[in-house]
Design a protein around this ligand. Sequence first.
Ligand SMILES: Cc1ncc(C[n+]2csc(CCOP(=O)(O)OP(=O)(O)O)c2C)c(N)n1
Length: 320
Amino acid sequence: MTTDLLGRYRTMLRIRRFEERCAELYSAERIRGFVHLYIGEEAVAVGVIDHLREDDAIVATYREHGHALARGIPMDAVMAEMFGRVEGVSGGRGGSMHLFHAATRFYGGNAIVGGGLPMAVGLALADRMRDRDRVTACFFGEGAMAEGEFHESINLAALWGLPVLFVCENNLYAMGTALARSESETNLPLKAAAYEVPAWSCDGMDVEAVSDAAERAIALVRDSGGPVFLEARTFRFRAHSMYDPDRYRDKSEIDQWKTRDPLLVAAAALRERRIDDAALAAVDHEVMAEVDAAVSAAEAGTLEDPSDVGRFVVSARSRE
Ligand SMILES: Cc1ncc(C[n+]2csc(CCOP(=O)(O)OP(=O)(O)O)c2C)c(N)n1
């Protein structure tokens, strides 16, 4: 847990530099498969995950590199996964969308929109049945709130009083579909409140605002034992995925949000606290060295022998 703003700035910068490098490596065809970047949204994962305890759980989406790094999964293991190497966090079999790390109770990484929500409710149910004082933080986009899984999951969590923090990362677009074009009600906390779940919003571009809101939300989950819903209003600066030509948003809208880049917002607050530019540059230097080392290690990593392709695959025959 990094309680100071400089620590949070550092984690956000680790996510940013990691992903910028991933984008370059993807364009160079050294990373393959699907890649969804979190650039612009870093304050959300960092502000929330900071307040989780080691034995709390996290469920995220396919846009989960930031959550994995904020959780403390080593960057080497995340980068190796991007390269499909055995040393990767999921043994090279998951790739960008399926980061999984049982040791830190990081339950993915899920390619299905809304797919993580019932899993989070199940994890919280298991904790409740075993009388364990744990919280499950579930991250999802506003697009997932149009899915039945959102409504089924939040309803059961409320009905059964399960300790889930539902974190909606509202970046306003679900692929090319703007929220206001697909939902008659765009007040997202209102939807959660319809299930009697305490719900509020925060500025997802300001890590301190997210942190304050998350601290309050997680404390309420622990005290009440029931779910809480937090909307973080944010924006992705890059396209939906590396395949997306991003033709549905005006450049002016993106530029406007970039003036509130979470790294700029945090840097400004740090300067007010007399952290000078040289100190921030030193952090960047260290982070770049960490990314360089992770890429070198990943490139030198092991590709699984093709004859192992059936390992971990349960077939009808192997069960006989
Ligand atoms: C059940 C399902 N439907 C559709 C898709 C295709 N799809 C992938 S991402 C996405 C948009 C989701 O947007 P949102 O939930 O807001 O998350 P964001 O990508 O903005 O982080 C869609 C429709 C999918 N993966 N799963």
